[in-house]
Design a protein around this ligand. Structure first.
Ligand SMILES: *Cc1c(COP(=O)(O)O)cnc(C)c1O
Length: 353
């Protein structure tokens, strides 16, 4: 190692799901929505004034913040937007997890949390999920420097009732508690109303999954005015022009079309419930997902083998070689047609075993 390398910040980065170059694959590996964004978004995209791109964007994303505040019935000063919820979460780690006690999150959860903790040198402790993948609220009573968990959790897909979320927040009045609601629009109940009651609760959501806009990178969080002010102070110390003009403009349009949003999420939910029955009939078991994916294991065939067989047929799902979850596949809910193709393939593959 060269001397200069001793002072390099060394991290093991997060590994995102594969983005295949081949457009003909059935892509069920990164929880994107199979449906296009709201029609108004498509229209605006055409009409967008490219001249404006020479100008810096609004540093405060004012229009988008106002639209979100109106939609979720909160004050604009309670809303922060970022470049995907990954940006929001990263800023939140940097801002709020600055103590000496370890922060707490589940052992099986979004695999970016330990990456940010390592990057920012935040000590952390993983709390073991129960055998049925549920969170044990009692684990979050120990001394800590903050708490974060997704609800529903990823990659398990399991939703925790609001009472349990509130219990965890209530138990931790002296630290910031972050609830990552990337999948809440697919059937869960949001903790958003609780932000009025707990000024240390931050609720994070994204346009990437339920609003079909993963490519524009829009995430946001809602909390007390105090939390949002602290977040903005850090954001403006890193990069003031985070969200680009097209994302701010098209994001507003997506929030305005509530009917389309409700219709597409309802479609995903209907497909998911049908696919659950078909997977169960094929010998799969899975936690009862309230997300746009199913975390499934087969009674006889190893997940690694199924992952490769599916991939060889241009059907991409997600698999991790990690303790506790190596025998599971995370299958994103696509269109009915895509799911039919996948089920037909699995049926034939398993019949010929
Ligand atoms: C997808 C996901 C995110 C990040 O999504 P963005 O595209 O960055 O908004 C955050 N948390 C969880 C649990 C996710 O699954």
């Amino acid at each position: 190692m060269k001397n200069w390398e001793k002072n390099v910040r060394k991290v093991v980065p997060y590994v995102a799901g594969e983005q295949p170059k081949n457009k003909n694959v059935i892509k069920l590996n990164t929880n994107e929505c199979p449906y296009p964004p709201a029609p108004g978004v498509e229209r605006l995209k055409e009409e967008m004034n490219l001249q404006d791109l020479r100008l810096y964007p609004d540093t405060d994303s004012t229009d988008l913040v106002n639209e979100l505040a109106k939609y979720y019935h909160v004050d604009p000063e309670q809303v922060f937007v970022g470049v995907g919820s990954d940006d929001v979460l990263s800023m939140a780690f940097l801002t709020f997890f600055h103590g000496t006690e370890p922060i707490l999150f589940p052992d099986v959860t979004y695999s970016f949390y330990d990456v940010w903790a390592d990057l920012y040198q935040i000590p952390y402790c993983r709390c073991l999920l129960d055998e049925d993948w549920t969170i044990n609220a009692g684990d979050y009573i120990q001394p800590n420097g903050g708490v974060i968990f997704p609800n529903p959790n990823a990659p398990t897909g399991l939703y925790e009732p609001l009472e349990k979320v509130e219990q965890i927040v209530k138990q931790n009045p002296d630290v910031v508690v972050i609830v990552d609601e990337a999948y809440v629009d697919f059937g869960g109940v949001s903790a958003l109303p609780l932000v009025e009651k707990y000024d240390n609760l931050l609720v994070v959501q994204t346009f990437s999954k339920s609003r079909s806009m993963a490519g524009l990178r829009i995430g946001f969080c809602i909390g007390s005015k105090k939390l949002i002010k602290y977040l903005n102070d850090v954001k403006f110390s890193v990069n003031s022009y985070t969200m680009n003009r097209p994302s701010q403009l098209l994001g507003v349009e997506a929030v305005r079309d509530d009917a389309y949003f409700k219709a597409t999420t309802a479609k995903i939910i209907a497909t998911r419930e049908r696919v659950k029955k078909e997977l169960a009939a094929l010998g799969f078991t899975f936690p009862d997902s309230k997300t746009n994916f199913i975390f499934a294991t087969h009674k006889t065939v190893p997940a690694q083998e199924l992952f490769q067989a599916l991939r060889a047929h241009n059907i991409f799902v997600r698999h991790w070689n990690k303790p506790r979850i190596e025998n599971y596949l995370r299958i994103t809910i696509g269109t009915d047609e895509q799911m039919d193709t996948m089920i037909a393939f699995l049926k034939e593959y398993l019949a010929n075993k």
